[in-house]
Design a protein around this ligand. Structure first.
Ligand code: FO1
Ligand code: 5AD
Ligand code: SF4
Length: 324
């Protein structure tokens, strides 16, 4: 068996924390007008400091502006501009900015090597609970986004948020929906199985996902999802070494972006890749860095993006040798 586990050395940018949705599990959002927009100037400074570190991915995670709000265009252009800047500085952008119009997605494809949107869960019943005030979380809308990304040939990351009030059979329904979309379009690189983890900002006082169930969810996901999809789990939310190893035994093969701060779950700091490697080694696993786009999708990218990706791939290989 190939005992390789991947992760993406990443840095997260947040264009805005302001969000018109109110998912009751969210520790990220602020109300409209209650936080600053990330400026191009500030990002330029931040990214310049990063230049020598081994970071390849810039993950842009954003709060959302209502599609009909007067500042939707301003929001979109800021995100586009930040992606461009990241590219100019030789980083590879991956944007998850929630629901986008077809045109917005088409434009972001030009400045992203891959994009993401969590399905969360397929069941509509969450629309009367945790998603009651979150119009962006309508499951059919999210499925449509996954299909559009497929039609536009955008390498994509999606996933489930576990433990937000869904049942066990809801998990399998959500996974089957993703499997069906993959069957048709083949653009889904990874599925994140994200355990809902309580933080100190969120409005509900429900419980976190019971982590000990994660290995069985992974094992069943491995049966439902096609082999072309890698299963990702966040190591900062699954910190107990034995549990992490059980998740790998069950079929997880990717640890996602490892960045200085997990913006979505700021109460759960990331461990370093070196530490994770030391845990994985005890069971014969090897942790290797990857890019935010997998090689089988390189031909989907525009020629300038392909060129940059190939250069980054080379750099990744060299760094790996230097670090050994
Ligand atoms: O590559 C991605 N990683 C996503 N990640 C994983 C990310 O790579 C890292 O685990 C950290 O969030 C980086 O700070 C998420 C993590 C979460 O806690 C919640 C949501 C996401 C969503 C994405 C995503 O769309 N694309
Ligand atoms: C960007 C993604 O972050 C996830 N997300 C939002 N809040 C939490 C939380 N408390 N715990 C874990 N994941 C969360 C959702 O799945 C969203 O789509
Ligand atoms: S999870 Fe995303 S959509 Fe929901 S409130 Fe938070 S930022 Fe907004």
């Amino acid at each position: 068996m190939n005992k390789t586990v991947t992760y993406s050395p990443a840095y997260t940018l947040v264009p805005t924390y302001q969000c018109f949705n109110r998912c009751s599990y969210c520790n990220f959002r602020t109300d409209i007008g209650q936080s600053d927009w990330l400026s191009v100037k500030k990002v330029r400074e931040q990214l310049h400091q990063l230049k020598l570190k081994n970071v390849s991915e810039i993950l842009l995670l954003s709060g959302e502006v209502h599609p009909l709000a007067h500042n939707r265009q301003f929001w979109f252009e800021r995100i586009y501009r930040l992606c461009l800047l990241a590219l100019e500085l030789n980083f590879l952008p991956h944007t998850n900015a929630g629901i986008l119009s077809w045109q917005e997605m088409e434009q972001l494809k030009q400045v992203n090597v891959s994009m993401g949107l969590m399905l969360e869960q397929l069941t509509p019943k969450l629309l009367s609970t945790v998603h009651k005030y979150a119009p962006s979380k309508v499951p059919q809308l999210r499925l449509q986004q996954l299909e559009w990304a497929g039609k536009l040939k955008i390498p994509f990351t999606t996933g489930l948020l576990l433990g937000i009030g869904e049942t066990e059979s809801d998990w399998w329904d959500s996974l089957k929906a993703i499997a069906d979309i993959q069957q048709e379009w083949g653009h889904i690189q990874e599925v994140i199985l994200q355990p809902h983890s309580l933080g100190n900002q969120q409005v509900i006082s429900t419980t976190s996902f019971s982590l000990e169930r994660l290995p069985e969810v992974i094992a069943r996901s491995r049966e439902i999802l096609p082999d072309s999809i890698r299963i990702q789990i966040p190591p900062n939310l699954v910190v107990e070494p034995n549990l992490l190893l059980k998740c790998l035994d069950a079929g997880a093969r990717d640890l996602g972006g490892i960045s200085p701060k997990d913006e979505v779950n700021p109460d759960y700091p990331h461990l370093t890749a070196e530490y994770l490697q030391s845990v994985l080694e005890t069971a014969g696993w090897q942790l290797v860095p990857r890019l935010p786009v997998y090689p089988q999708y390189y031909s989907w990218l525009s020629p300038p993006l392909q060129k940059l990706v190939k250069a980054k791939e080379k750099a990744l290989r060299c760094n790996k040798l230097i670090n050994r």
